[in-house]
Design a protein around this ligand. Structure first.
Ligand code: XLS
Ligand code: NI
Ligand code: NI
Length: 438
């Protein structure tokens, strides 16, 4: 049965195409520096936004009209799997990602929940046999059910900690079963509402204990994939422990977890933390911790995680710049952790949204690649720091000097000359590349 009958396989038709169901810039086979766009961009569909969510928000019920709306329970879950593979194939995306509760209904006991999960995982596994689509990552939803109201691994209630461990144990088994490329931890409720009732130290120690147990279990079952922490500063908690990449990195270093973890960086989480997307990517990249990306965008006028499809060419270009500089995403990908707006309730919108995001990232890739090829920023940055390649600067970076020597050097200086940072010139260059590259 077809769920999206009105849509055929999306083809690349080029920038002149007026076909709304065609790629204008994303050409999976096109090579950039010897690698195809498909290999470089590694797009992934987020199951929760595209198949599970219904467009509800805190002020209103769902608006989405889906061909599986009349179904319930496991039948609903099965229909979504069928629909998902149809969409993956029609969009020609190589990856998808899910939370446990996205794919299968929760039962009244953990045992029943796991049984439901087993049924759907087996079905997904079957579909994967005849499809090229792979699982970018899976994760355990430990934020929706009321039991997680005070957190999961950071709950003050040890029973919740245990329950959460059981969920992640199962999640790791599912990752192994489906050949996932990564496993994600987003600490949705791993934070606090008020310090008045919170033992922050114990909560963070427990979170680290939890992660170590996850590492041990993965080793035990032979699941050898990067674990990814997805930082977010707030929402739903007032303060989330994995605030941003820098905070997450300090945590991983303190608790001796850096060998197993990298980061899954989401654009909208970066902006919620008061950073740009590229700042978070850069911070992860220079520390060798860039694992994967949740590709979406926020709204500068709204202070929450609006999870919009990433259509901003400027931001995507700067993001792809970091990703290319990282030598690609390795086992990570660009996962559209993005949802159609509540008013975009047709199934056609699911396609328009993904096409928009894929095309916009393809543009970002091409422009970023050209910026790197032409050494537009590299050349400038190199020159800007050239004082560290000779004389006293070289001594500093080589660790060959000290405060006494530097004081003697400074005393001998008659004049200190700075050069312009040329911000506006560089921004104009980026605009020029954005308009001229394609
Ligand atoms: C929510 C997060 C979530 C993670 C996976 O803000 O982005 O969707 O990506 O749990
Ligand atoms: Ni996310
Ligand atoms: Ni998010």
């Amino acid at each position: 049965m077809a769920y999206f009958e009105s849509v055929n396989k999306i083809q690349y038709e080029g920038p002149k195409s007026t076909n709304p169901f065609a790629f204008k810039y994303y050409n999976p086979e096109e090579k950039i520096n010897g690698k195809t766009m498909e290999e470089l961009l590694r797009f992934s569909v987020a199951y929760w936004h595209t198949f599970t969510a219904n467009g509800s928000d805190p002020f209103g019920v769902g608006t989405a009209i889906r061909p599986w709306d009349h179904l319930k329970g496991l039948d609903l879950a099965k229909a979504r799997v069928e629909a998902s593979f149809e969409l993956f194939e029609k969009l020609d995306v190589p990856f998808f990602a899910f939370h446990d509760v996205d794919i299968a209904p929760e039962g009244s006991t953990l045992k029943e929940t796991n049984k439901n999960l087993d049924v759907i995982v087996a079905m997904i596994k079957d579909y994967m046999k005849t499809s090229k689509v792979k699982l970018l990552w899976n994760t355990a939803n430990m934020f929706t059910n009321p039991r997680y109201t005070h957190g999961a691994a950071t709950s003050p209630n040890a029973d919740v900690f245990a329950y959460s461990a059981a969920k992640v144990k199962k999640g790791l088994e599912v990752a192994k079963e489906l050949g996932a490329e990564n496993y994600v931890f987003w600490g949705g409720r791993e934070g606090y509402e008020t310090l008045l009732n919170t033992d922050m130290k114990l909560e963070m120690d427990n979170l680290a204990r939890f992660f170590h147990m996850a590492v041990n279990y993965a080793k035990e079952i032979g699941l050898n994939v990067p674990f990814l922490i997805e930082p977010k500063p707030k929402e739903p908690t007032k303060h989330q422990y994995d605030f941003d990449v820098a905070t997450g990195l300090a945590f991983l270093q303190k608790y001796d977890l850096t060998d197993y973890f990298k980061f899954n960086i989401e654009a909208n989480h970066a902006t919620l933390a008061g950073h740009t997307f590229e700042h978070e990517l850069r911070t992860a990249r220079i520390n060798g911790m860039l694992g994967s990306v949740d590709a979406n965008q926020g709204d500068t006028l709204l202070g929450w995680d609006t999870d919009e499809f990433p259509t901003d060419l400027y931001t995507n270009t700067l993001a792809m710049y970091e990703i290319l500089k990282n030598g690609g995403l390795g086992k990570g990908g660009l996962n559209f952790d993005a949802k159609v707006r509540r008013g975009s309730f047709d199934t056609d919108d699911l396609f328009h949204a993904h096409i928009a995001g894929m095309d916009a990232f393809a543009v970002g890739l091409k422009v970023a690649n050209k910026l790197i090829e032409d050494k537009v920023l590299d050349g400038f940055v190199e020159e800007r720091y050239s004082s560290y390649t000779k004389g006293i600067g070289l001594d500093i970076v080589e660790g060959k000097t000290n405060f006494r020597e530097l004081e003697a050097y400074a005393l001998g200086l008659t004049e200190i000359k700075n050069t312009s940072g040329r911000t506006e010139r560089l921004k104009a260059l980026i605009n020029q590349y954005l308009l001229e590259t394609l």
